[in-house]
Design a protein around this ligand. Structure first.
Ligand code: NAD
Ligand code: LMR
Length: 328
């Protein structure tokens, strides 16, 4: 029997990321090739944005996606989020050259307060939310705090792009396939303070750390390359990453919905106190997913260098989250 459609809201639907993301959701890449979807697309009321959204929807129509069971355009989150199963919150102002993601905090905080409230009011009680718009962790925290009637654990932030970037750097360094790398972690904030950690990573059961065996490379090349990759892309393209960001969003929700078969992935989630990260801080953790739920990988040893890096990114998050407390 055919599955009932799931309702997916995407904000910023006429933006760069939206243009890569929507087609792949409608194609079944996100929720499965047998899962019909209804797209509920939100853009700002501005006439140009709404017109651009109409154009994107015309193109989606022209793909004749068999899994697309409906699609609507919205300028108000209260209608866009009605009865949704998933929310992908992309719409926000992106940073330009010379800015840090946290410079966007005040511009974007209001958006995520309003959208959290709208989710609280009209979305399904089981709605699962991924925040992509930057600063993603703190925006997810704001949305979560603005939606007190929904389970806090269902609000997540995107660290998957960082995870994928780290996988690709490790594959290039070791000369092995990306698909063979397991047990990678990116701790903390989606910002240059993040801590991509390959101490537990393996390829075909062999330790990646011992294969590389070069702490200088880790500290002086790997960590800054992954941490500053977003800025490097802005510098090269003149625009922030879009197709790779959309791809990471697809990966994040796909794995949350369909499960990871025991594989570790990184998700930004409200801490449950694991690894001494204070409760509720929206922090990148290693997780496995099963039956629509994520579970933090427990029992990893945290050495002195790692603790220092984990605290550094935690402090930044705590500062960001303290900085928006007055809005909540
Ligand atoms: P963009 O400017 O091309 O598109 C953003 C769209 O959002 C625009 O069409 C805009 O009209 C819309 N928008 C703005 N406010 C909105 C609101 N309140 N409701 C609905 N729509 C709204 O930007 P983009 O390149 O698509 O990037 C979007 C966001 O994603 C930025 O914040 C960017 O920094 C972030 N991003 C995050 C990651 C990550 O890994 N977490 C990666 C790449 C980009
Ligand atoms: C990225 O990491 O590519 C995005 O967060 C965009 C940015 O501002 O870096």
């Amino acid at each position: 029997m055919a599955k009932a459609p799931l309702r997916v809201a995407v904000t910023g639907a006429a933006g760069q990321i939206g243009y890569s993301l929507l087609f792949r959701i409608a194609n079944g890449d996100m929720l499965g090739k047998d899962q019909p979807v209804i797209l509920q697309l939100l853009e700002i009321p501005d006439e140009r944005a709404q017109k651009a959204l109409t154009g994107v929807m015309m193109e989606i129509d022209d793909c004749a996606f068999p899994l697309l069971a409906g699609m609507t355009a919205h300028s108000d989150p209260m209608t866009a989020f009605k009865d949704i199963d998933y929310a992908v919150l992309v719409g926000a102002r992106p940073r330009g050259p010379g800015m840090e993601r946290k410079d966007l905090l005040s511009a974007n905080a209001q958006i995520f307060t309003a959208q959290g409230k709208a989710l609280n009011a009209v979305a399904k009680r089981t709605v699962k939310t991924l925040v992509v718009g930057n600063p993603a962790n703190t925006n997810a925290y704001i949305a979560m705090k603005s939606a007190p009637d929904l389970p806090a654990k269902n609000f997540t932030a995107m660290l998957r792009l960082d995870h994928n970037r780290a996988l690709s750097q490790l594959a290039a360094k070791t000369g092995k396939a990306v698909a063979d790398i397991e047990k990678l972690v990116v701790w903390g904030n989606h910002s240059p303070t993040m801590y991509p950690d390959y101490r537990f990573a393996t390829i075909g059961g062999q330790s990646v750390k011992s294969m590389i065996n070069d702490e200088e490379w880790n500290k002086n090349t790997f960590l800054p390359t992954v941490g500053k990759r977003g800025a490097a892309i802005i510098d090269a393209r003149g625009l922030s990453s879009a197709a790779s960001a959309a791809n990471a969003a697809i990966d994040h929700i796909h794995d949350w919905h369909c499960g990871t078969n025991g594989k570790w992935v990184t998700m930004g989630i409200p801490s449950d106190g694991s690894y001494d990260i204070p409760k509720e801080v929206m922090y990148g953790f290693p997780v496995t997913c099963e039956n629509g739920e994520y579970k933090i990988v427990q029992g990893l040893e945290i050495d002195a260098f790692s603790r220092e890096r984990m605290n550094f990114t935690l402090n930044e998050l705590t500062e960001e989250q303290d900085g928006v407390k007055h809005l909540l």
